[in-house]
Design a protein around this ligand. Structure first.
Ligand SMILES: Nc1nc2c(ncn2[C@@H]2O[C@H](COP(=O)(O)OP(=O)(O)OP(=O)(O)O)[C@@H](O)[C@H]2O)c(=O)[nH]1
Length: 854
């Protein structure tokens, strides 16, 4: 204790003024203790603020010796650094109140220049009952305050970093987002933190990550990894609040706070990097996996890289290429000058591409597509070159195949119509230039459809192929044989010396075609019809020449087939007329121009009319009433027979029904054509006609010529049976002309035979005919068939028939007999009269002598 004047005295309990000896002893001990205490700096000031006491710890703590301190104003020795007024007020408060001040931390700067934090308490010391001094007891807490300060500043810094970080930072607590910074809100497009807080990060991920793993599971694995290793860095795909997906790099750090495990996630958007990586990866993949040879060169140009395909395409390995100067040889272009030109063009334009012939190591040449391009750096200076070489052999082959298919017939491989027109155009140009002749042969096989129908399409195809092969052999290499489709072929004979040369070729073609064909198990004899047109005589252009050859062919068919025919002007006129006739016929049904006439069938014994045969007529707007012989063949050619035949069926049934309603039930006979019988649903058409008209099936008879039945071969009985099952009658028409085997008659479910009219004409003069008629009647009787004679015109003929037991007859004589009253009984007259009254039955004598049937 430096100043003996100063001493410490606390007011003794119960004492107000003088202390006792005991108290003084106590004080002396305390002072000694204070003097010695190493941790507490004790000093006191008097009322004037001067230092009265300065212990050893003060000396050490403040760096001020006791001699310097004692008697000095404390304010000069220790200056509060903050809150100086507060410090002074606290001291003053002690003086004023006489009570100790609460202990507090003050920051002080000592006169020695030390800056310290002290934990200080001030208390009053009385002497003689008066407050003499105020003692301060300071404990150095600088170190603690520094630590606290450091801690606070770390916290503040961290907060600032957290708030201002450009990386998104999220604190995850128990798998939930506990805290997130503004960058995180921005990254996840989230304006309201409430949308993210409390959610799992997995909620902001797509269901699955790119590898296919479920985001929830993969996220858990990442957290475990971070927990195990302290932190873990990985790439992750997130979905923002707005639904935008982005790639992020995540640094997940596991921390423990108050025994809680937390995760501190720093998330950085790396979408751009990922995209660039993906592009780079893709580019590398394209380079490596391209089937085209790719080469990269520097400015030299020296090769810096080639892909795998380069070796496959050129035969040159990367080892042979890399580091070598780039020249034509290394690309497989033998012609160095060509490569130099290409290179110059590429440098001019920045790129070059085109088709070249390249050569593989070892010599094989192949068509290639070469692309060359200069690659500029960011400053626009050419830094590299890229060369792509594609082997296009395959593409060329496929183009060639496609072109061939487009120009050739798939079945015979002959040029098709497209190529024919092309060749014809060239041939015509040459013929015009050379003033030479050219012939076009238009061929169509005869009755080819029959071959298809009877032997099948497959055999038809084989035949067409063989015909094609034979045709090619008949002409020179300069000529063209083409297939137009179906069974039509066109031959161009280029540059012929004269018409006879065309005729000669046509004759040899006919001959070649007629040679027997052996196709699989079938032996076939085929003929063809050929039309010929000549340039320049029969046309100056392709269209006219082909059309005229076609017309000539048509005439060859008309002329009996298996022949050739040159085109002529008259022929053309006939064709034009025929086409107009065909067109008229096509419209006749629609225009209601067909009519039916009914020819009575009379019972020879009684003279009664038992039925009538329906016969079609066409009331042509210009040509008048036409008999079937004028138009039926044309209708057959044009495929109109089924429609016309069905019309006849319906009309005949309707008329018969009308007769029935008038009390005259006559059986109506309808002729069935080959086309109808070939069609599968004839029975259906017949049933429909009966149903629509309401006619009883027993009043309808279907007449089929012997020839038509014979054409059905073995299928005939079944087909007839199907019709018979409808309850209608069946008649064999024109019997005696078809050379049918009589034995077959038994197999046919027919009721009636009609003897062909041709036998009637010469019945008297031709004993053979009489014998045939007699025989037919005999056969019919033995088979219990009704027999009807057609074309009866005289009383003698009728007498003959009656004498030989014929049942019925048809023909002009009916009308004559009716007129003379010679017919036996009034029935014939009555029936004819009844029908004539409807205007649909020909006037007596008007029925034609011969009448093709429908
Ligand atoms: N097998 C086969 N037949 C075909 C092919 N293309 C068309 N046809 C048939 O060829 C036939 C051609 O018949 P057409 O020329 O009209 O008549 P056609 O029987 O030969 O009688 P005409 O010419 O009057 O002597 C039709 O039946 C077609 O279905 C084919 O590629 N293969």
């Amino acid at each position: 204790m430096g100043d003996q004047e100063c001493s410490v005295a606390a007011p003794a309990q119960g004492e107000s003024g003088r202390p006792g000896q005991q108290a003084l002893d106590l004080i002396a001990r305390i002072v000694a203790a204070i003097e010695l205490t190493p941790l507490v700096a004790v000093h006191s000031v008097d009322r004037g603020g001067r230092v009265c006491f300065w212990n050893q710890t003060c000396v050490q703590l403040y760096g001020v010796a006791a001699e310097q301190a004692l008697g000095q104003p404390l304010a000069q020795l220790l200056q509060p650094q903050q809150r100086a007024a507060e410090h002074a007020a606290a001291l003053e408060q002690v003086w004023h109140s006489g009570r100790p001040s609460p202990a507090r931390d003050w920051q002080l700067r000592s006169a020695a220049g030390r800056l310290l934090w002290v934990y200080s308490s001030m208390f009053p010391v009385y002497r003689g009952g008066e407050l003499q001094q105020v003692f301060c007891m300071d404990i150095d807490v600088t170190a603690r305050r520094r630590e606290e300060g450091a801690l606070l500043s770390v916290g503040a810094n961290f907060r600032q970093m957290f708030e201002q970080s450009s990386d998104a930072i999220l604190v995850i607590e128990r798998d939930r987002i506990a805290e997130l910074n503004p960058a995180a809100l921005a990254l996840f497009d989230c304006a309201d933190p409430g949308r993210m807080l409390g959610k799992s990060l997995a909620d902001f991920s797509p269901l699955r990550q790119d590898g296919g793993a479920l985001s929830a599971q993969a996220g858990l694995a990442m957290a475990q990894q971070a927990h195990r290793l302290g932190n873990w860095r990985y790439d992750w795909r997130y979905t923002s609040c707005g639904g935008r997906q982005f790639w992020a790099e995540v640094l997940l750090t596991s921390i423990t706070l108050d025994h809680e495990f937390l995760f501190y996630a720093v998330v950085r958007d790396v979408s751009a990097r990922k995209l660039a990586e993906q592009r780079l990866y893709l580019a590398a993949q394209v380079f490596e996996n391209s089937r085209d040879a790719i080469l990269l060169a520097d400015r030299g140009p020296s090769v810096i890289a080639v892909n795998q395909a380069y070796a496959a395409v050129t035969g040159l390995s990367p080892a042979e290429m890399v580091g070598q100067a780039l020249d034509g040889e290394r690309v497989g272009i033998e012609d160095g000058e060509l490569f130099r030109q290409i290179w110059c063009a590429m440098q001019d334009q920045g790129h070059w591409q085109g088709e070249i012939w390249a050569q593989r190591r070892g010599g094989a040449r192949y068509p290639a597509w070469l692309s060359l391009a200069a690659i500029a750096d960011q400053q626009g200076v050419v830094s590299n070159y890229m060369l792509i070489l594609s082997d296009i052999s395959e593409r060329k082959r496929s183009e060639e195949t496609t072109r061939h298919q487009a120009e050739h017939d798939f079945l015979t491989d002959l040029p098709n119509r497209v190529l024919l027109l092309d060749r014809l155009s060239l041939a015509l140009t040459a013929a015009r230039r050379n003033h030479s002749m050219l012939a076009i042969l238009f061929l169509d096989l005869d009755r080819f459809k029959h071959i298809n129908d009877t032997l099948g399409h497959h055999v038809g195809d084989l035949l067409l192929k063989e015909v094609a092969a034979r045709l090619v052999k008949c002409v020179r290499a300069v000529d063209t044989v083409s297939r137009q489709g179906g069974d039509e072929f066109v031959i161009i004979l280029a540059d012929i010396g004269g018409i006879d040369q065309a005729a000669h070729v046509a004759a040899s073609v006919l001959q070649a075609i007629t040679q027997t064909y052996e196709l699989e198990l079938h032996r076939l004899d085929v003929t063809t019809s050929i039309g010929i047109s000549i340039f320049p005589d029969d046309g100056a252009d392709i269209e006219t020449l082909v059309k005229n050859a076609d017309l000539a062919m048509y005439h060859a068919k008309e002329g009996g087939r298996n022949r050739f025919q040159f085109f002529s002007a008259e022929m053309n006129a006939q064709i034009v007329e025929r086409v107009a006739f065909e067109n008229g016929l096509r419209g006749a049904l629609r225009e209601g121009q067909f009519e039916l006439e009914f020819q009575p069938e009379v019972d020879i014994a009684s003279g009664a009319t038992l039925g009538a045969e329906a016969l079609i007529r066409w009331r042509h707007p210009q040509l008048g009433l036409l008999l079937p012989e004028r138009f039926i063949a044309v209708a057959e050619d044009c495929g109109l027979m089924v429609g016309i035949g069905n019309w006849v069926l319906r009309e005949a049934c309707r008329q018969a029904r009308r007769w029935q309603e008038q009390g005259r039930p006559l059986v109506v006979a309808v002729n069935i054509s080959l086309a109808q019988l070939m069609q599968n649903n004839l029975a259906h058409s017949v049933a429909e006609a009966l149903e629509v008209s309401g006619l009883a099936p027993g009043l309808l008879e279907l007449e089929l010529t012997e020839a038509i039945i014979m054409r059905q071969g073995g299928a005939a009985p079944a087909k007839l049976q199907a019709l018979r099952a409808l309850g209608v009658g069946l008649t064999i028409d024109d019997f005696g002309t078809g050379y049918s085997r009589l034995g077959h008659l038994r197999d046919y479910p027919v009721d009636k035979l009609k003897i062909d009219r041709s036998f009637m004409a010469d019945l008297a003069a031709e004993p053979g005919d009489a014998a045939v008629v007699t025989a037919i009647i005999g056969v019919a009787r033995s088979l219990k068939l009704t027999v009807v004679a057609e074309g009866v015109e005289t009383a003698e003929q009728l007498a003959f028939l009656r004498q030989h037991g014929c049942d019925r007859y048809q023909g002009r004589y009916i009308a004559l007999a009716a007129a003379n009253g010679a017919a036996n009984g009034a029935d014939a007259d009555g029936a004819v009269a009844a029908q004539a009254a409807e205007g649909r039955v020909p006037a007596p004598g008007g029925a034609p002598g011969s009448d093709p049937r429908v």
